[in-house]
Design a protein around this ligand. Structure first.
Ligand code: NAP
Length: 359
């Protein structure tokens, strides 16, 4: 690409918004030109408004950008959204109605029939749903915008690990128990006195999202709707005292009975984006860590620049067929990186709305 698309970030000051800024620094296709957050932040420079929490420096050009009000006037036509669900439900349609491509992280529209819930390696074909959306009020001639969503941070690693197995062997049932990092709750998130030296066996609505999103992501596009995969999914979700990286213990029942080598081959050979050359796509979306005590969040979350799901500990399960552990970075693969990959896929398909571009 000769030119860069100008992009904006809604919810730019939060945990996911900060990851967007980090991942978009020097991006070959996209350039951040517009940032927005709540009324608490708008009118300030980003450097003043944001409590920068990442371990790379805040780029000086971003620190100097003003934080705009969260409304579509003057926003570019490609918007990465990292808003709390209730706010997203109100604001994202306004940006879509104004003609923006809204690439969203929130759960507000993930289960809406005409809104694609997408992991590019898993169900890129579901993006076709965007053509059934109509956010514009009747009788306006505004350009048609749309909303595309990525899944909950606990669903992405799980579904990446399940997809190659579902495709080759058929998937009948999944039992998953998560150990989710504190950064998944945003900033400031869980109070330190609740989580230090502790495990909290409850994350509101998380088990329901993990179960339903897994079935939808692995489901089949038929016309203008997705038929969810007919597999039983049961989830336990726990918050643990880990900074970044969600770990999940998984047992699965498959339709056929593959050998251990066949399961490992399915993961190793899963490279559906290989020919597309998307800048954020990892070479290996699912990588097996052979050591008996891996994957671990501190050691494995940055595989594939935070975009690879690491699996390990594959062994027979006495209740279902096989069991294993999967780990993925919750604010990269589970949030900002997931949305960025969705946007790259849309760009490669010529589906990003014409945006003002700069060289
Ligand atoms: P967060 O740290 O709490 O950030 C929320 C952002 O929304 C901030 O920029 C905040 O701006 C802005 N905001 C709040 N009220 C607003 C309003 N009325 N108008 C406009 N902007 C407003 O949350 P997060 O962890 O980044 O999560 C953002 C979304 O991504 C959520 O829907 C979350 O469920 C989803 N998600 C998060 C993760 C994760 O691992 N953290 C993973 C996947 C998906 P101010 O700074 O001005 O308040």
């Amino acid at each position: 690409m000769q030119t860069k698309h100008k992009v904006g970030i809604l919810g730019a000051t939060g945990m996911v918004g900060q990851r967007f800024i980090q991942l978009l620094e020097d991006h070959p296709w996209f350039q951040v030109t517009w940032l927005a957050a709540s009324d608490r932040s708008s009118g300030k420079s980003y450097g003043e408004a944001a409590r920068w929490k990442l371990d790379t420096p805040l780029p000086a050009s971003i620190a100097a950008l003003p934080v705009s009000p969260a409304s579509p006037e003057n926003a570019p036509s490609i918007i990465f959204a990292a808003l709390d669900t209730d706010i997203a439900r109100d604001l994202e349609p306004k940006f879509a109605a104004a003609g923006c491509a809204v690439i969203s992280n929130s759960s507000a529209f993930r289960m809406q029939a005409d809104v694609p819930l997408v992991i590019p390696e898993v169900n890129a074909d579901h993006l076709a749903l965007t053509s059934h959306q109509n956010w514009n009020p009747p009788a306006t001639s505004a350009r048609r915008g749309y909303i595309v969503t990525n899944p909950n941070c606990s669903a992405i690693g799980l579904v990446l690990a399940l997809k190659p197995l579902a495709e080759r062997f058929g998937l009948r049932a999944v039992f998953v128990s998560t150990m989710q990092a504190v950064s998944g709750a945003g900033y400031p998130g869980v109070p330190s006195l609740d989580i230090l030296g502790n495990v909290v066996p409850f994350i509101r609505n998380e088990e329901e999202k993990l179960e339903a999103e897994t079935q939808r992501l692995l489901g089949k596009l038929e016309g203008n709707r997705v038929i969810p995969l007919d597999a039983r999914v049961s989830a336990h979700c726990n918050r643990v005292a880990v900074e970044d990286g969600h770990t999940e213990s998984v047992s699965i029942q498959l339709a056929t009975k593959p050998s251990r080598e066949e399961v490992l081959d399915a993961w190793r050979e899963f490279q559906p984006l290989r020919e597309k050359n998307l800048p954020s796509a990892p070479l290996q979306p699912v990588e097996y860590a052979a050591a008996e005590d891996r994957p671990q969040p501190r050691l494995d979350r940055m595989r594939g620049r935070g975009m690879t799901a690491t699996v390990g500990r594959l062994r027979p399960c006495s209740l279902l067929n096989w069991k294993f552990t999967v780990l993925s970075h919750n604010t990269i693969r589970g949030a900002a990186g997931a949305a960025l990959l969705n946007a790259e896929l849309l760009a490669s398909q010529g589906k990003l709305l014409p945006s003002v571009s700069s060289s």
